[in-house]
Design a protein around this ligand. Structure first.
Ligand code: PLP
Length: 432
């Protein structure tokens, strides 16, 4: 399979080059040249397979001959090394829990797959690959954990000092080995700016092989379709074809679900659930797409004003906005509605949701007002323990730490303080 730049379809590269480059040289996003299609019999047969084997079948065509069979099987096994349970909430509502990975949020799958692919491409190489990541919290942890111990790759994380939660900071700073955390005296935007300057610095890229672990990388984006496939593998077929609600920020996850749907996966309809950062929701309601500055909310991993994967959705449907608006309903959920959803899930269904999953549940409720009793799945993308200030206040009791968090809290973190200044960052990079 090749990948083309959405800005220039004639520019095509292999899976390997697309994964290493992250973004096309013209700054366009990469997109697969063809999406495999399976019949309902083929899906039924694939659902009989264990998750690892199913994941391998799905990802094989996207990777092509870039990675041999056994290595790709090992990568998939490491990517899917935790459960993705479909949990019944009400007679027609299920939660797909995507937070059982090591950093307790759904970004683990994409980060683990991408890191192992890059590790394979850079095995036995004299030159190392240096991954630079600016993070406001969640992404850095998933990337750090995904790349931990991967040979041939070093990861440098820039995070704004004092502006990430204690759990997040430990996830960034306690890995050691090939992971280094820089505590930047500044904001997330400063971190991002320093990384951007490093990528544009020709002198630096002559000395170091740099890449980003950005969420637009195809190796982070495409494996997310496995969530939808694993959901359907567990789905009680007698309920009929479900609607799936996706809490969305950058729209990578939802767009991966649409890819699976285009491969013939039986999903009736999608719900895009956003907080007040809702440029895509307004588009779905008929307006032109108008990105805006981000507003801070309780579901902060979705505080994205200009979702980068929106363009991939348009590409997937060959710019046919009518088809897009038929397949996806969009709902904007306020912080107040998010809190109400957390309370209702707890009081009525004894389920503790995080703010992101609660946004998706709230959107499901709005959809059900129009289509009563339709079977729905909402994606629960983070463990509630990552957002204790919000969740514990609503449910009125402490949330029990899962084993991964208990282990984490025992560790000590190390970070290197650095000014929000590119030339100091560059000196540090070159002086190691
Ligand atoms: C990143 C993230 C999202 C949003 O996913 P996108 O693919 O960016 O739309 C939702 N929930 C959580 C917990 C996240 O970390």
């Amino acid at each position: 399979m090749n990948y083309y730049s959405i800005l220039q379809p004639q520019v095509q590269v292999s899976f390997k080059d697309a994964a290493i480059l992250g973004q096309a040289p013209d700054k366009g996003l990469f997109f697969p040249t063809n999406i495999p299609r399976y019949t309902s019999d083929e899906w039924r047969a694939m659902f009989q397979l264990p998750a690892n084997e199913l994941g391998y079948q799905i990802m094989r065509p996207y990777v092509g001959d870039a990675i041999p069979e056994q290595e790709l099987k090992d990568i998939i096994a490491a990517t899917l090394s935790f459960p993705f349970p479909l949990v019944p909430i009400a007679h027609n509502i299920y939660a797909l829990e995507l937070f059982h990975g090591p950093t307790l949020a759904f970004k683990d799958v994409g980060a683990r797959f991408m890191s192992r692919c890059l590790g394979y491409f850079f095995r036995n190489q004299h030159s190392k690959l240096t991954v630079l990541v600016a993070t406001s919290g969640d992404t850095g942890g998933a990337v750090a954990c995904g790349f931990l111990g991967v040979e041939g790759v070093e990861v440098i994380i820039l995070y704004p000092k004092g502006r990430v939660s204690p759990v997040q900071e430990l996830q960034l700073t306690s890995c050691g080995e090939n992971i280094t955390a820089l505590a930047v005296e500044g904001t997330f935007d400063d971190c991002q700016q320093m990384v951007k300057e490093a990528f544009m610095d020709k002198q630096l890229s002559a000395l170091l092989q740099l890449t980003s672990a950005n969420s637009i990388n195809i190796a982070r984006w495409l494996p997310q379709q496995l969530y939808y496939i694993l959901a359907m593998q567990q789905w009680p077929q007698h309920l009929g074809v479900p609607v799936i609600a996706v809490p969305s920020g950058n729209f990578g996850n939802l767009c991966a679900g649409l890819v699976a749907h285009q491969s013939g996966l039986p999903i009736h309809h999608f719900i895009a659930a956003c907080n007040v950062n809702d440029a895509v929701i307004k588009f779905l309601a008929g307006a032109a797409f108008a990105p805006a500055a981000a507003t801070a909310t309780l579901s902060n991993a979705m505080d994205v004003g200009n979702p980068s994967n929106f363009i991939r959705i348009i590409e997937l449907f060959q710019k046919n906005n009518t088809v897009i608006r038929q397949l996806i309903s969009g709902y904007t959920i306020t912080d107040e509605e998010t809190l109400t959803a957390i309370a209702k899930l707890y009081q009525q269904y004894q389920y503790i949701a995080d703010p992101h999953g609660a946004v998706a549940f709230s959107a499901v409720e709005k959809y059900l007002e129009k289509f009563p009793n339709h079977p729905c799945i909402f994606l629960e993308t983070a463990h509630p323990v990552k957002f204790p200030e919000t969740v514990e206040k609503v449910i009125g009791k402490p949330i029990q730490l899962p084993p991964a968090a208990i282990e984490l809290m025992k560790r000590t973190g190390i970070s290197i303080p650095i000014a929000a200044n590119y030339s100091q960052f560059k000196d540090w990079l070159l002086s190691r």
